[in-house]
Design a protein around this ligand. Structure first.
Ligand SMILES: [Zn+2]
Length: 499
């Protein structure tokens, strides 16, 4: 979507030429309070009120060839005075649906000054315009939608820049996540990470290959990809927006490009959804692009923990004992609990680079879907302040997360008779057990884990990537860049990590 602002004297909106002029009006009323619209608009709306077409329950009304207006069509859209996320979604869907119905590609939207929720509306308009460029050879590509936001001052400029960067980042994330496993491989992730390096002067990318990962001792990470013909790798993407010596925020995304379950093979129904097991990695690519586009004054390092999990003669198997980069050993109970194996070594790698904090993002457990569904990501971590800051960013951006406990009481589920721990519990709450596992690697570095299994895509449907949790992560970094000396204290009693 192309979106721009255009200055307009609202009292002369009847003199504005447009194919489709969108005006936000509370249902049944004749204008937006405190908005200096011309009398011709009130006359027009009064006319439709008398006809009974515009009333207190109206969702929208399309007025063709409105008299005294230069616009060819006016779309009245019912709005609340304070736009919340649900309103923003509804309004943007009405606008895009009407455009499609009219076979038009351009809308001019009158934005009332100081409209609460204006930023949410802009974000929703961008979101509604997303189309996945699929792989059908015969497509009828529609013209790209273009929106002019008619404004009376510059107060929306920052919101628009932010929404555009968020949308561009989310589109990259959704495109990547929707790609099938035969095309989106670990090597393709590496290409995307290197493309960011090409595109932005503030980004530099290194791709660690299998030999380098072996050298680092990443025994858990490398085991996951052993059954795949696609070699594993680990792209590390550095963005420098603050002083170079400032510690970076490390964001690690699980990028399992296809998760068959490995030797612990998944059941066929729904297995095609496992192309989405790389949504965490895809959100790291989108996040780094958005941060660089916004030139946020923070240092951020993105890591994609990527591999393909397949069954094969060389695949790792249940019962294997792996040595992680941290030196801790892990008994494999299920090769389908593989995300935590790539993540634990990536976390240890991040820890060695003195990060300000670590956030990992992963479609980690089906238990997250059972617990929180598609409404909130599962949030776990070792710093109450960091949990709180992330949960707040989720509330502010409409991309919610809910803090789950990782008390020491839950750690027993990971006891192994042979190794330091096992990679999965039995009869234990799976989302929390996975968080407890990762806590053992984060140790005393501020760390948070987002389980996005239910929020980043819709299980069982195609082209369903949502682009979450990019709104939350970008909002967190936006807030973080405004903090002078953020301190994230660790609560070892609460998270139960083993020193
Ligand atoms: Zn799995």
């Amino acid at each position: 979507m192309i979106m721009q602002t255009q200055h307009l004297n609202m009292a002369a909106v009847d003199n504005h030429s447009a194919e489709l002029l969108v005006i936000l009006v509370p249902a049944g009323q004749t204008g937006f309070p405190s908005q200096a619209y011309p009398p011709s608009l009130e006359t027009l709306i009064e006319h439709y009120k008398k006809m009974g077409d515009w009333h207190s329950e109206s969702k929208y009304l399309l007025c063709i060839n409105p008299p005294e207006f230069k616009a060819l069509r006016i779309l009245l859209v019912n709005t609340n005075l304070d736009i919340v996320k649900a309103d923003a979604k509804r309004i943007s869907n009405v606008v895009t649906d009407v455009l499609e119905q009219l076979n038009q590609a351009k809308a001019d939207i009158v934005m009332p000054p100081s409209l609460p929720g204006g930023e949410l509306l802009i974000q929703a308009l961008f979101h509604a315009s997303y189309k996945f460029s699929d792989y059908k050879t015969k497509t009828s590509r529609r013209e790209e939608i273009s929106v002019a936001l008619l404004v009376s001052d510059d107060s929306l400029d920052e919101s628009l820049d932010y929404a555009r960067a968020l949308h561009n980042g989310m589109s990259r994330t959704r495109d990547l996540a929707n790609m099938p496993g035969n095309l989106c491989t670990p090597g393709y992730f590496a290409e995307c990470a290197l493309a960011l390096d090409e595109q932005f002067a503030t980004i530099s990318t290194d791709v660690l290959d299998e030999a380098q990962l072996t050298e680092l001792g990443m025994g858990a990470y490398l085991a996951v990809g052993r059954g795949s013909v696609h070699p594993g790798c680990m792209p590390v993407i550095r963005y420098v927006g603050a002083e170079p010596e400032e510690p970076a925020i490390w964001v690690i995304g699980k990028g399992v490009t296809f998760d068959s379950g490995g030797i612990t093979l998944k059941k066929p129904p729904g297995m095609q959804s496992m192309i989405y097991d790389m949504c965490g990695g895809a959100s790291v690519i989108g996040l780094m692009a958005a941060v660089a586009e916004l030139k946020l004054p923070v240092n951020v390092t993105g890591v994609i923990a990527t591999a393909e999990n397949m069954p094969d003669g060389d695949a790792f198997r249940p019962g294997d004992i792996l040595t992680t980069m941290s030196g801790q050993t892990v008994e494999i109970i299920s090769t389908d609990a593989e995300g935590r194996l790539v993540l634990c070594d990536a976390i240890t790698y991040a820890k060695q680079h003195q990060p300000a904090l670590i956030i990992d993002v992963a479609t980690l457990t089906g238990a997250q879907i059972v617990s929180l569904g598609s409404h909130a990501s599962g949030l776990m971590g070792n710093s109450p302040q960091l949990n709180q800051a992330l949960q707040q960013a989720g509330d502010e951006s409409g991309d919610r997360a809910w803090t789950m406990p990782v008390w020491p009481d839950y750690q027993d589920a990971l006891d192994s008779p042979f190794a330091d721990m096992r990679n999965a519990g039995s009869q234990s709450p799976g989302m929390i057990t996975a968080g407890c596992y990762l806590a053992r690697f984060a140790g005393n570095t501020p760390w948070a884990h987002l389980d996005i299994a239910g929020t980043s895509f819709q299980y069982g449907t195609g082209n369903s990537a949502t682009g979450r949790p990019l709104p939350l992560l970008l909002q967190f970094l936006r807030n973080y860049s405004n903090l002078s000396a953020p301190q994230w204290s660790i609560n070892t009693d609460a998270c139960g990590f083993l020193p």
